[in-house]
Design a binder for this molecule. Structure first.
Ligand SMILES: [Zn+2]
Ligand SMILES: [Zn+2]
Length: 387
C-alpha cells in the first residue's frame, strides 16, 4: 500500500513558498547608556551594524519584513516603517505629489547620496534611509531637560508598539493568504502558557508551519532597575508574546536586565549579554539571524541562571522576597496598610504577622542512628510570609 511519508514538508497552503518572517527590532536609544558605551561601541557604529543585520534578514527571503522601534528616554518612537508621516524616507514629493527623480533637491542641485544609492537594492535603501532619517529627528527633538530628567528607557512602550504592529501584520498577512490564523488561535485556546515537552512541540509546529512568523529582538543598553516602574506593562507584553508564540530575543550590550532575562526565558528567545560590545555585528549575524524555523535545527545559546526577581507593585522596587495577594497576585515589598491589597482592594488576612513568635522549648529526643547516618534530616516547616 501507499507508504506513509513522514518526512517534514515546508509547503504551506496552496503555494510552495516559505512563509515570510517579520523581525521587529526594539532599539534602546537611551542617551545615558550609549554615552557610557562610547569607548567600545559608538552609537553610529551600532546603528550601522544593525542596518547590515536588517539587510541580511531581508535578503533571506524576498517577502521578509522588518520593523524598528526606538525605545528612547522619554518616549517610544517608530524608526521604520514611518507612521508619523507617509513619506518618511528620502522619497520626498513635490507640489504635484510626484516623487523627485534622480535625487534633485529643492535648490536644483543633485543629491550625490541618492546617486550613490541608485544601484542599491531598493528595500535596503528604504529601510536605511527611513531609520537614519527618523533617528536623526528623534535625537534632534531630545532636549537637555529630557535627558537630565530620566535615566531610564521606555521599554514597555516600545514593546507595546512592536506587539501592535506584529498583530496588525499577522492579521493582514492571514487575510491575504488565508487560513493561517487558525493555527495561532487554536494554540492560544489550549492555553499552554508553560508548555510541556509534548505540547511545546505541537505548538512550535503550529506556529512555524504556516502564517507570518514574527519575532522581537531587543537591543538593550539600559539597566532594568531604572525602569522598575514599568514592571507591570513589560510583564504584560511578555505574556502577550508568550501567548502569540513570539520569541523575544535580547542582545544586551550593557547594564543588568532582570525583566528582559525573564522575557527571553518565558518566550523561549535567545538571550545574550555581550562581553565585547564591539563585536555586535558578529553576534547579531551568528545568534540572532536564524528565524523560528531554522532554530529548530540549531543549538541556541541559552541561559541557565535567569534572574526571576520581580518588582513590587507599591514602590516598584526589585525584590527578592515579598508578599503576594492571594486574589490578584500583586507583589508587595511590605505588608500593605490595614491588610488591604493596593491593586484589587481585597482585605487580606495577615493573622498575626509581625507578632513575636512564641518560643517553645523543644523536647530532647534520643538521637537514633541508623548505620551511622543521622536521622534528624527532616526539615522543620517554615511559615510562609503572609497572604
Ligand atoms: Zn514596595
Ligand atoms: Zn489583590
Amino acid at each position: 500500500m501507499n507508504a506513509v511519508d513522514a518526512s517534514e514538508h515546508y509547503e504551506i497552503g496552496t503555494n510552495n513558498e516559505l512563509a515570510p518572517s517579520l523581525l521587529t527590532i526594539v532599539l534602546d536609544t537611551n542617551p545615558h547608556a550609549w554615552a557610557l558605551l562610547e569607548e567600545s561601541l559608538p552609537f553610529s557604529k551600532a546603528v550601522a551594524n544593525i542596518l547590515v543585520f536588517i539587510n541580511a534578514h531581508l535578503a533571506c527571503n524576498y517577502a521578509n519584513e522588518v520593523a524598528v522601534v526606538a525605545s528612547h528616554s522619554q518616549r517610544a518612537a517608530w524608526l521604520y516603517p514611518s507612521h508619523s508621516q507617509q513619506n518618511g524616507g528620502r522619497d520626498s514629493t513635490d507640489a504635484d505629489g510626484d516623487i523627485e527623480m534622480n535625487g534633485r533637491l529643492d535648490d536644483g542641485t543633485t543629491n550625490a547620496r541618492s546617486i550613490d544609492h541608485a544601484n542599491k537594492y531598493r528595500p535596503f535603501r528604504i529601510v536605511e534611509d527611513q531609520v537614519t532619517c527618523n533617528l536623526q529627528e528623534l535625537l534632534a527633538a531630545t532636549s537637555i531637560s529630557d535627558v537630565s530628567s530620566t535615566t531610564s528607557t521606555m521599554m514597555a512602550g516600545a514593546l507595546t508598539l512592536a506587539l501592535s504592529h506584529i498583530n496588525r501584520q499577522m492579521i493582514s498577512w492571514s487575510d491575504a493568504h488565508g487560513g493561517s490564523e487558525l493555527d495561532t488561535s487554536t494554540a492560544t485556546a489550549t492555553g499552554n502558557l508553560l508548555p510541556g515537552a509534548a505540547t511545546s512541540a505541537a505548538s512550535t509546529a503550529a506556529s512555524t508551519s504556516a502564517g507570518l512568523r514574527s519575532r522581537i529582538l531587543i537591543i538593550s543598553v539600559s539597566s532594568s532597575t531604572n525602569s522598575a516602574h514599568q514592571y507591570i506593562p513589560i510583564m504584560n507584553s511578555i505574556f502577550a508574546c508568550q501567548r502569540l508564540h513570539i520569541p523575544i530575543d535580547v542582545c544586551k550590550l550593557s547594564g543588568d536586565a532582570v525583566f528582559l532575562q525573564q522575557a527571553s526565558d518565558a518566550t523561549r528567545g535567545v538571550y545574550m549579554s555581550l562581553a565585547e560590545p564591539r563585536g555586535l555585528l558578529q553576534y547579531l549575524m551568528m545568534a540572532f539571524l536564524p528565524d523560528q524555523r531554522s532554530r529548530r535545527h540549531l543549538v541556541l545559546p541559552s541561559r541557565v541562571d535567569v534572574d526571576f526577581r520581580a518588582a513590587c507593585f507599591c514602590h516598584r522596587r526589585v525584590v527578592n522576597i515579598g508578599f503576594v495577594c492571594s486574589i490578584c497576585l500583586s507583589i508587595f515589598c511590605e505588608s500593605p496598610e490595614n491588610g488591604d491589597c493596593l491593586t484589587c482592594g481585597t482585605h487580606l488576612e495577615l493573622s498575626d504577622y509581625g507578632a513575636r513568635p512564641a518560643v517553645v522549648r523543644r523536647k530532647k529526643k534520643k538521637k537514633a542512628r541508623v548505620n551511622g547516618a543521622s536521622a534528624a534530616a527532616t526539615p522543620t516547616p517554615t511559615a510562609t510570609p503572609g497572604p
